[in-house]
Design a protein around this ligand. Structure first.
Ligand code: ADP
Ligand code: MG
Ligand code: ZN
Length: 598
């Protein structure tokens, strides 16, 4: 269990026990009240007030016992053994009544008793209950804050991470910059003597799972300094006003432990561009302002280096990037082929791999995967191998794990009607056949109508070799391949289904990016239209939104028509592959190629 998790669980425990305490108090109070009420209810020997008055006027009452502050009175009637209780609406006027009777010559003994301690409890609790609850809440809040602070800092034995650069695969160039940071932390004098200012903040940009946290830990580990971490989303979950105070405490701690690394994960959660003044925003602003104050506050002699991670750099407030704050930025890319192979090697070190395993080919098949996903694949493979009772992890287990991570778990047990099967077969055959005739598209690796995850079937392509650029033709053909499924449904079954929803989503996104991000529209030209404010869009002329929409639609329409044309031309292949799918459920790479050998 990671330290972080433990802290969260400890926090949870404290919360739970405090909530438990409050519930207990409330229950006790409730119980007391019920008990007191019950006592009165139980007592069947009550006398209605009207009867009491009657009895009084008849001169049948010989003794009345009252308690100060209570409307319940005990009365003793003449000729009746037992005392009875009665509720009087107004004690003062009742006493007046009794006094009149006494003055008339009735012999009534009127006793006024002081409040019994026991009887006072309910009203006491009632008057103090709100205060008690408030107090409990305050204690809870302060406890939480205090604990959060203590918990996030690794204690003396654990605060140093054992992660080293060797645990971080790939990222060779990025590592060079990190070595420099380690040097700053280890020998600050070397740099300050030269008059160099030590950087205060380093921002790590990269998709989730690319290893940003791992790198931050490795820097602390290599420099052998404490690692204090906190996540941006934790700040904003806090009660109003606490975000800023947590930042202050975080840095108080860091100053005590310096030289050290402060790691702020998901910094975009607090460091988003300051735009409006709505409630949550203002709260974020206070937190962000406090962070800026702290970063401006410590001198370079203190050697605190703040590392922050985000996957949304465009969201960050520009103030964070000014000199003396996060003036260094490192982009952490998804690993390339070599990086993936290294990551697979690192994470398979402690796993029992069969000789059949070919990590190179797995690395080739996983373009675009992050380090976290690769680690996950190897772990899934180990689980699959265990379930299959294999002696060690085989290549098939890893391939199955890749599919599980990308398309989801195979669901052979799901019952599917023949009609749906036919639809899926033609849909997937549509994708496969269309892409076979598109020069830029990669080869089909597997077509299947066995449901996996939420998909009814899937077509897997050979992974793209790592490329930096994608051409317009390639994107257009990708659109055709994506819409091949829907086109086949329309062509063969003359009806369309919801099965294409994901294809349509992806296709629309690609077409929109082509027009608004990559400037691939002939009529609109190479202009970036993304993330622009309305007034900025105005600069491009009236109805620019309509024009963009029209361009996107044209791209999609053209691709859909092209897909249908291709399928009409190769209807024989489409039918043959769909039929084979219905019989065998799955077609692999070689079998698929065979359909096109004539
Ligand atoms: P991020 O913080 O960018 O979301 P993490 O650092 O939390 O990513 O990475 C999650 C896990 O993925 C790591 O603990 C590690 O097991 C694995 N991982 C990611 N990148 C790498 C890498 N370059 N080398 C080795 N393992 C990696
Ligand atoms: Mg992380
Ligand atoms: Zn599809």
């Amino acid at each position: 269990m990671s330290k972080n998790k433990q802290d969260k669980q400890n926090n949870k425990k404290i919360w739970l026990s405090l909530i438990g305490l409050v519930i207990l108090v409330v229950l006790l109070v409730g119980l007391t009240i019920v008990m007191f009420n019950n006592k009165e209810d139980e007592d069947e020997k009550t006398l209605a007030y009207t009867d009491l008055i009657k009895e009084l006027s008849y001169g049948n009452i010989e003794k009345i016992e009252m308690t100060v502050g209570s409307t319940t009175v005990k009365v003793k009637q003449k000729n009746v053994e037992e005392e009875k209780t009665s509720i009087v609406p107004n004690t003062e006027s009742f006493i007046g009544l009794v006094q009149d009777k006494v003055a008339e010559g009735n012999e009534i003994e009127l006793i006024q008793k002081p409040r019994s301690i026991l009887a006072q409890i309910p009203s006491f609790i009632f008057s103090f209950l709100p205060t008690i609850i408030m107090l409990a809440l305050f204690i809870m809040i302060f406890k939480m804050q205090g604990l959060g602070e203590k918990g996030k800092v690794y204690d003396d034995t654990e605060r140093k991470t054992k992660v080293k650069f060797d645990d971080v695969a790939g990222l060779d160039e990025e590592k060079e910059e990190m070595v420099e940071i380690v040097d700053f932390l280890k020998n600050p004098e070397k740099f300050t003597k030269m008059g160099a200012k030590i950087p205060k903040g380093v921002l790590l940009y990269g998709k989730p799972g690319t290893g940003k946290t791992l790198i931050a830990k490795a820097i602390a580990g290599e420099a052998d300094v404490p690692f204090i971490s906190m996540s941006g989303s934790e700040f904003i979950e806090m009660f109003a006003g606490l975000g800023a105070s947590r930042v202050r405490k975080l840095f108080d701690k860091a100053r005590k432990l310096a030289p050290c690394i402060v790691f702020i994960d998901e910094i975009d959660a607090i460091g988003s561009r300051r735009t409006s003044n709505s409630g949550a925003e203002t709260e974020n602003n206070q937190t962000l302002n406090q962070l800026l104050v702290e970063m401006d506050g410590f001198s370079s002699e203190e050697t605190i280096i703040v590392l922050a991670a985000t996957n949304r750099p465009e969201m960050l407030d520009k103030a964070l990037l000014r000199p003396g704050r996060f003036d260094r930025q490192i982009t952490i890319p998804t690993p390339d082929l070599k990086g993936r192979l290294e990551i697979l090697k690192i994470h398979s070190k402690e796993k029992k791999l069969d000789d059949s395993v070919n990590l190179e080919s797995i690395a080739e098949d996983t373009a675009g995967f992050t380090g976290a996903e690769l680690a996950n694949i190897l772990n899934e493979a180990a689980i699959i191998a265990t379930k299959q009772k294999h002696e060690d992890i085989q290549n098939d287990d890893i391939e199955e794990a890749v599919k599980k991570v990308t398309v989801g778990l195979e669901k052979r047990a799901r019952v599917i009607s023949d009609k749906d099967k036919r639809l899926t077969a033609y849909h997937e055959a549509g994708h496969a056949v269309v892409s076979r005739y598109l020069p830029t598209q990669t080869n089909v690796k597997e077509v299947s109508i066995i449901p996996r995850g939420v998909a009814g079937g899937y077509t897997m392509y050979k992974s793209d070799e790592d490329k930096y650029y994608v051409s317009k033709t390639e994107m257009q053909e990708k659109l055709i391949a994506l819409l091949g499924g829907r086109a086949a449904e329309k062509l063969v079954l003359d009806d369309i289904s919801t099965g294409a929803s994901n294809d349509i989503e992806v296709a629309t996104q690609i077409a929109r990016d082509m027009v608004t991000k990559y400037g691939m529209s002939d009529t609109l030209g190479p202009i970036d239209f993304q993330g622009k404010e309305p007034y900025e869009m105005q600069l491009f002329g009236e109805n620019i939104g309509d024009k963009i929409g029209q361009e996107v639609k044209t791209l999609i329409d053209t691709a859909y028509n092209d897909a249908q044309t291709l399928l009409k031309q190769h209807r024989d292949k489409l039918d043959a592959i769909a039929e084979t799918l219905l019989q065998k459920e799955k077609i692999n790479e070689e079998d698929f190629k065979r359909f096109f050998e004539d």
